[in-house]
Design a protein around this ligand. Structure first.
Ligand code: G3P
Ligand code: MG
Length: 247
């Protein structure tokens, strides 16, 4: 596969400029000229993939309790901030396709639901992204979820996501046939970067919210950053064409 990897990726949609993991955030990133957004996908009580970060509703909505125990009728009636709803994955894909955004779909399974979440997202993704000009990039902290995505939707590129990159990361990337390495910027070592560069694997770092930090990471060889501060990078992003990768 061959896909363009932008340098700046809206974290949880539009970062801090819109309620996180909402259609408003995705659309804002698109309108601002960003080429990529990341969002988190978890299953609702009815098994529908929805965009939300936490296993519980309290922090980002006016609801209470576990996402995985909340039926769709209740979940989709909640306020996720500024009157926005918790979107289903299918609606988020439609918004990304409308703006030609590269979507980094982070499979975020509730504990114990790794298999079910990954199977649902992978199966649905094949149809939802069919014919899209820009294919998504599936990532997850759950290696089990990525294995399932590899087996059920092998045509969709995968990125391996770690907070701290373990010593055997390259073997994991190879096993999952992943094309990118994603990790926390604060824990990224030069050794890992050198190994990634030597093997032609782009490194994507979260969450980078100052220009200084972004510049320093790009200088060190990082390919892309996830940011909450889309406002800081809007000028650069509209002028940048993207790096074409072969996977
Ligand atoms: O996928 C990158 C980043 O979103 C991982 O951290 O907790 O914001 O999902 P988190
Ligand atoms: Mg995420």
């Amino acid at each position: 596969m061959n896909f363009p990897l932008p340098r700046w990726i809206g974290h949880r949609g539009g970062g801090a400029l819109a309620p996180e993991n909402t259609l408003a955030g995705i659309r804002l990133a698109g309108r601002m000229g960003f080429s990529a957004v990341e969002f988190d996908v978890m299953l609702s009580g009815d098994g529908t993939p929805v965009l939300i970060h936490d296993e519980t509703l309290e922090r980002t909505t006016n609801g209470q309790g576990l996402v995985g125990e909340t039926p769709d009728a209740q979940l989709f009636a909640l306020d996720a901030g500024d009157g926005e709803r918790v979107p289903c994955y299918a609606d988020a894909v439609a918004a990304c396709r409308e703006y030609g955004l590269l979507a980094n779909v982070e499979i975020k399974p509730a504990a114990g639901l790794e298999r079910q979440t990954a199977e649902t997202v992978a199966r649905l993704s094949t149809g939802l992204w069919q014919g899209a000009t820009v294919q998504p990039l599936i990532s997850s902290f759950s290696l089990e979820a990525l294995e399932i995505a590899r087996d059920l939707a092998p045509q969709i590129p995968r990125g391996v996501l770690f907070e701290r990159v373990p010593a055997d990361w390259l073997a994991v990337v190879r096993r999952l046939r992943a094309v990118t390495l994603h990790c926390a910027a604060r824990h990224l070592s030069d050794d890992v970067l050198a190994e990634a560069q030597a093997n032609g694997i782009p490194v994507l770092c979260y969450t980078v919210n100052t220009k200084k930090a972004a510049e320093s990471l790009f200088e060190r060889g990082v390919s892309a950053i996830f940011t909450d501060r889309l406002d800081l990078f809007v000028a650069e992003t509209s002028a940048y064409k993207g790096l074409h990768l072969r996977g």
